[in-house]
Unconditional design. Sequence first.
Length: 225
Amino acid sequence: MADQRRRPAVRDYDRNVFINCPFDDSYEPLFRALVFTVFDCGLVPRCAKEAYDSGSVRIEKIIALIRQCRFGIHDISRTEVNEAGLPRFNMPLELGLFLGAARFGAAEQRRKSCLILDRDKFRYQAYISDIAGQDIHAHANQPDQAIRATRDWLVSAEAPSRDMPSSTDIARRYAQFQSELPAICVETRRLSSELTFVEFAAIAERWLRRELALAAGPLEGAGSD
């Protein structure tokens, strides 16, 4: 008898990248760099900020997103305690859900691949030693380093995409995009600092498509007799 719990295949599963990271203002430069890099590598960034639904239970939304994504970026660098003396456990929890899906899920889920980021490569040993054996990548709170780690991981994970640009090329394009973003926002009567994830992602994707089209130039022989 067929397994009645089997779910249909997720559309675009092989191109979806779940981003599990802090959403505070100080992390925003890294977050935006990750989103841009995923787009520039030909894939689709997904995160919990893509939908505002007060009627949805957050953990259920996270589980649904994880199910829809073959790839996952997990930044566990924020372990500082708050005013109550307690650390933030959301990112390690979501990492655990992702690893659990990869370990115990159906065949599609077992093809998952994840990148774990931290400020320093071995810092995790002091607070989440159970992930020893995973390859932790350090970004030192620098967007360029996060870009490099993400791009190189997607290449090694054999993400289904066109030939990926170098991390240097992505960082150069990202710097250009950042310089143009304020003017883009002025044209649409928005502020860069107030963009939602959905707005930022849409602008970044359109900008990259335009740049790639310009770089490709006119088709050879176009317009000739």
